[in-house]
Design a protein around this ligand. Sequence first.
Ligand code: FES
Ligand code: FES
Length: 196
Amino acid sequence: MIELTQSQLTQSQLTQSQLTRSQSTDTDAEPLLEIVMRVNGVMHTAMAPARRLLSDFLRHELRLTGTHVGCEHGVCGACTVLVDGAPMRSCLMFAVTAQDYEITTVEGLAPVEGTGVSTMSPVQQAFIESHGLQCGFCTPGFLTTITAYLQENPEPTEADAREAISGNLCRCTGYQNIVKAVLRAAEITQERGAGA
Ligand code: FES
Ligand code: FES
């Protein structure tokens, strides 16, 4: 027979208690709302609880898993999407409140040409050329953030580039090549002209 110490018993009870609490707050038990959202130019309809985060809605209901979730409380920037063109932490926004806006995720950054063939956006191309990523976990957030930044600031200095990415965390690159990518993306945008 296995005898549990008092400490193990307490731990066991705690675990059971936590499990019960977890089950009682399972979002599957909550009423579901119909959420209609335009993402990357396409209208989507899906059912989700009122408190479903936009990041989770994109990933789980719409299967747009390019948006990554790191800290889940607004610090790392990995979950950044564009809301009417402005960068927004999708882990800080409810899906229901995003319904009135045009949402762009990393999957929607690449322009689709008349042939139906997607090409890299200037920022995506710059990240490739400048080796601006390693594991890639943070990359979707950087791509969306920098895309929005360059639309407002098409000719950034290196100091501007550092400021632009200061709200996004990367654990791999040391940021040097991401700064280069911001500057290169500005060049590519100019090379491609206004249609880039
Ligand atoms: S997951 Fe949203 S800011 Fe980190
Ligand atoms: S490339 Fe790995 S976290 Fe940024």
